[in-house]
Design a protein around this ligand. Structure first.
Ligand code: GAR
Length: 192
């Protein structure tokens, strides 16, 4: 992608379903001079997402779009994205699968953070699987989103050592810390 540092920032939206720690981390990153993105929109598929509170805290527009009817939901999202000139979508704990059609419309402009060292452990319960398989390392990946779940081109990864006494909880906390370093780094990499 085009080198944007020093030029106008790319407008980005973050899609969430939960806590939003990656969202807040990306908001903080986007405010830095070196960030190639500005963060202009938060989308959630549920009104219960704790991360929605960052809308008020940082004065960023939010929209809750229910996915009961996916086609309709994506139509609404698409309209908002166009209206706001959004050129990058960052999925951050967004627990809905976007349709092939939607992904095609934003080809190469949707990225996701996933809590495993892809291609290992696509889908859910990644830390549980890594511990059960006695893996030496867990980690996180940022990748481009394609119609095949958690399978698009990997942009960057970070590793975490799994210790003998690690639980799903302790491991997910360690990996989340790495996620907060990884997501901004991966975004910088895309635009450099
Ligand atoms: C993160 O660990 C992220 O990698 C994961 O959900 C968590 C969201 O945390 N994403 C997925 O599992 C996607 N399949 P956050 O709401 O605090 O950013």
């Amino acid at each position: 992608m085009k080198k944007l540092i020093g030029l106008k920032k790319t407008k980005a939206a973050v899609f969430i379903s939960g806590k939003g720690s990656n969202l807040e981390n990306l908001i903080k990153f986007s405010k830095k001079k070196i960030s190639p993105i500005s963060l202009n929109l938060i989308i959630s598929n549920t009104s219960y997402a704790k991360g929605l509170r960052y809308s008020k805290k940082y004065n960023i527009q939010k929209k809750v779009i229910f996915f009961k009817n996916k086609k309709l939901a994506e139509k609404k999202i698409f309209k908002i994205l166009l209206k706001k000139n959004i050129n990058l979508i960052c999925l951050a704990g967004f627990m809905r699968i976007l349709s092939r059609n939607f992904i095609k419309k934003f080809k190469g402009k949707i990225i996701n953070i996933h809590p495993s060292l892809l291609p290992k452990y696509k889908g859910l319960n990644t830390h549980k699987k890594a511990i059960e398989n006695n893996d030496k390392y867990a980690g996180c990946s940022v990748h481009f989103v394609t119609a095949k779940i958690d399978s698009g081109k990997i942009i960057m990864q970070k590793k975490v050592k799994i210790k003998k006494n690690d639980t799903v909880d302790s491991l997910s906390k360690k990996v989340l810390k790495k996620e907060h370093l990884l997501y901004p780094a991966a975004i910088k990499k895309i635009y450099n």
